[in-house]
Design a protein around this ligand. Structure first.
Ligand code: ADP
Length: 241
């Protein structure tokens, strides 16, 4: 019997849900345990507890991305387009990102052009695109590094740039980083918190909105990821940057 794609997706979603439920209980229990024991910083107990929390969260994130990717692959997307001001999306995303940035003592600067035209898109997916790019910018940049998000209008498009001064990406690897599960191999960098699906999903979602994604990067020079999305031009937003 041939299975319909939507049945396959329902099976994957149900399985992911089945796995996430006990995982959430593990994460909550260990976090409570950490609060209860208050292990000293650098102690063996403290390091082990943090390792459990970090790895459990990593599995949780991978499961979400795996589920998301399988939905994208069979075209099972529930897109709810509306007129979106990117400023609002950026505000939400930066609020979510601040704990990660603060944890690494990094700075995040915003440079948004006045009168940025709105775009037509799905709020959740646009947030996810920016969150993926900003999370990567933080992840692949050392402590106290600098991250900048800029947005401007260019002809009939809105362009967003997420720039970091992190480790950069070798020229020869730049096309492949959009392939599923592809990760640049680097010595000394842990892959534990990565799935290698983030940019594949990001590119898919950008193209779903009629946009493009590209990057400029060099080893040791940092990276800039750009996305462009068709602007919805109004009288107010017709001026340039
Ligand atoms: P993940 O971040 O889960 O590994 P992604 O698909 O988001 O997967 O990224 C793929 C790879 O591209 C990463 O493993 C990393 O090697 C590289 N990469 C992505 N963003 C950056 C960045 N801002 N700076 C340096 N390398 C990056």
């Amino acid at each position: 019997m041939t299975e319909k794609p939507s049945e396959g997706i329902e099976f994957i979603s149900a399985t992911v849900h089945e796995l996430k439920t006990p995982l959430t209980a593990i994460i909550t229990s260990v976090e409570l345990l950490a609060e209860e024991l208050q292990p000293e910083e650098g102690s063996t107990e403290g390091r082990l507890i943090q390792s459990i929390i970090r790895n459990a969260r990593s599995i949780d994130e991978r499961l979400s991305q795996f589920s998301e990717m399988s939905r994208l692959l069979v075209g099972d997307l529930r897109v709810q387009p509306e007129l979106i001001k990117l400023q609002d999306i950026i505000r939400n995303v930066t609020t979510q990102l601040y704990p990660i940035i603060e944890d690494k003592k990094q700075s995040l600067r915003l440079e948004l052009a006045d009168h940025l035209p709105p775009v037509n898109g799905d709020r959740r997916y646009l947030e996810q695109i920016l969150l993926n790019l900003l999370t990567n910018a933080s992840k692949f940049t050392s402590e106290q590094g600098k991250i900048k998000l800029s947005a401007w209008k260019d002809e009939g498009e809105v362009v967003v740039e997420v720039k970091d001064n992190g480790i950069g990406i070798p020229q020869g690897e730049q096309e492949r980083i959009f392939n599923p599960y592809y990760q640049v191999s680097r010595s000394g960098l842990s892959r534990r918190s990565s799935s290698g699906l983030g940019l594949t999903i990001t590119k898919f979602l950008v193209e779903l909105h009629g946009g493009k994604i590209w990057l400029k990067s060099g080893v040791g020079e940092g990276s800039s990821f750009f996305i462009s999305l068709p602007a919805v031009l109004t009288d107010e937003s017709s001026g340039n940057r």
